[in-house]
Unconditional design. Structure first.
Length: 236
């Protein structure tokens, strides 16, 4: 595997900073052999994810994420999954940042992230956990408190799903890209997919609606299989 320049794993922000950092962010870097790498970060109220993939091919490289809280006048991040290093799961790290004109600068690395959106464009911005499916007309519920989770995290324009287990520290898979919500249609354009790079570039359209705060999502998977998923807001 190539040695990737990882610009940022986790960060904190001094309390009283006063600016909204939720939404989508991007930072571009290169490998030692000059392969361009896109680094994307999605931050919602209480949850975050950072993912690296090759710009030209969409080849997945790495993802990590979890939760964040305020502590001792700093924003503190806890790792729930890391595709490269399971030993990081459960650890907490801190970084200091400043933000000016939609640019997020990390003090420790000197890297600067560009804002993609402020989490307002799409209708589904936030962190969600898969809480059920409907198959053959029967609802199959899933306990969102169990260690085995499928989380979907969205900014205003970016989406990413991650399957992982906090008890075993196992990372299963992830995929993501950009999305829109228009007239009851939720459309994903895949920019990276850890299991199958050939899916990159595909656009998938689903019907969606909100029922009692749950997101009902139906259509066909990237393999052409029918699906009906139910996602519930993740509680902090």
């Amino acid at each position: 595997m190539r040695n990737i320049v990882i610009a940022l794993c986790l960060f904190t922000i001094t309390y009283g900073f006063g600016q909204n950092i939720t939404g989508g962010w991007e930072y571009n870097s290169t490998t030692k052999d000059n392969t361009p790498i896109v680094q994307r970060m999605t931050i919602t109220d209480g949850y975050w994810v950072i993912t690296h993939f090759e710009e030209s091919t969409g080849q997945f490289v790495h993802t990590s994420g979890g939760s964040w809280t305020m502590k001792d006048d700093r924003r503190q991040q806890t790792v729930e999954f890391d595709s490269n290093d399971s030993d990081k799961v459960g650890t907490t790290l801190q970084w200091d940042i400043t933000m000016t004109n939609d640019k997020l600068k990390v003090k420790q690395t000197g890297t600067t992230w560009e804002r993609i959106d402020a989490g307002k464009e799409g209708a589904l911005a936030g962190a969600w956990l898969m809480s059920g499916r409907i198959r053959d007309g029967q609802k199959q519920e899933r306990d969102t408190n169990r260690p085995r989770k499928t989380m979907k995290i969205l900014s205003g324009t970016l989406f990413q799903w991650i399957a992982y287990n906090t008890a075993t520290k196992e990372f299963m898979a992830t995929g993501g890209g950009r999305y829109t919500t228009i007239d009851g249609k939720y459309t994903e354009k895949i920019d990276f997919f850890s299991r199958d790079v050939s899916r990159v570039g595909a656009a998938l359209e689903f019907d969606y609606n909100l029922q009692s705060n749950d997101w009902h999502h139906s259509g066909f998977s990237s393999k052409g299989q029918p699906l009906y998923e139910i996602w519930s807001p993740r509680q902090q």
